[in-house]
Write a protein of this length. Structure first.
Length: 274
């Protein structure tokens, strides 16, 4: 019996060790090259990141018709040219940047926001260090991402990641709107959560297929891109805790002025292909 217990402890220890081995700690985009791990920990801010297998169609598939000479003899058979797909990957924060992470950034980096952050306002809707950071504008989010050695996602990257491997679906979890409260802190569909008037601690709901939490709802997330060629606003995606499910659709676009701050806006970072 004693021998059996000893062997069981060894197996449990090995299991825990094997699980730990799956999570790699990295400190820069350069270190990510050659890493095949599905999850990494970003050294600077301690963020858990997940791998997103990014694919972009460069040219669509097409058929080139057969070619005949003047006598009707075949010169060149019909050719089917397959679509060209650019395959790469990037890593995205599994969670939205938290109040605790942003406070660490302010204390460590020396960054000074253009207007001082009103922490009374922040704590009204994000009361703990595990809640998403809010009242950050695009410049604040960009400064944070540069401090960590990461960056904000492009709008295209954000949408690809938000789909979680699903194609042509309305939401990150599929087409069933009634499941929204399982995956997102939002307004509507029965009020099944306890955060009706605030953000929720990050990771309080189910993740999408890539392991990304709160990619819909909780807070709008800043992206790199301008909203249009006039460069008036910067893109925000994903919807927030006070939005109806219609605004949580993966394809829904929103924008705001780069220096605007709001109680429903935050961000997450990426690293890798751009």
């Amino acid at each position: 019996m004693r021998k059996f217990c000893w062997m069981l402890l060894v197996l449990l220890a090995f299991s825990v060790y094997a699980e730990d081995e799956k999570v790699v700690v990295v400190g820069s985009a350069k270190e990510l090259k050659g890493i095949a791990a599905k999850k990494v920990i970003w050294k600077k801010d301690g963020a858990k990141m997940v791998r997103v297998p990014y694919e972009v169609v460069i040219t669509p598939a097409k058929n080139e018709p057969a070619v005949y000479d003047e006598f009707g003899d075949l010169v060149k058979a019909e050719t089917i040219i397959p679509e060209e797909i650019k395959s790469s990957l990037f890593y995205m924060d599994a969670y939205e940047v938290t109040v605790g992470q942003f406070k660490k950034f302010l204390k460590s980096s020396g960054y000074k926001p253009d207007d001082a952050i009103n922490w009374n306002d922040v704590y009204e809707y994000s009361p703990t260090e595990k809640h998403p950071m809010i009242y950050v504008n695009w410049h604040d989010a960009t400064a944070y991402s540069k401090w960590t050695g990461k960056r904000l996602p492009t709008e295209e990257e954000w949408e690809f990641a938000a789909r979680g491997g699903l194609k042509n679906k309305e939401y990150p979890w599929g087409d069933n709107e009634s499941l929204a409260r399982d995956y997102a802190n939002c307004d509507g569909t029965g009020g099944k959560d306890k955060w009706d008037q605030s953000t929720a601690p990050v990771g309080s709901f189910k993740p999408n297929g890539y392991g990304l939490y709160d990619i819909a709802g909780n807070v709008w997330e800043w992206c790199q891109d301008w909203s249009d060629r006039n460069k008036y606003g910067r893109v925000l995606r994903g919807g927030s805790w006070l939005n109806p499910t219609d605004l949580l659709r993966v394809a829904y676009r929103y924008y705001s002025l780069p220096n605007a701050r709001a109680y429903d806006s935050g961000f997450r970072c990426v690293s890798g292909s751009n």
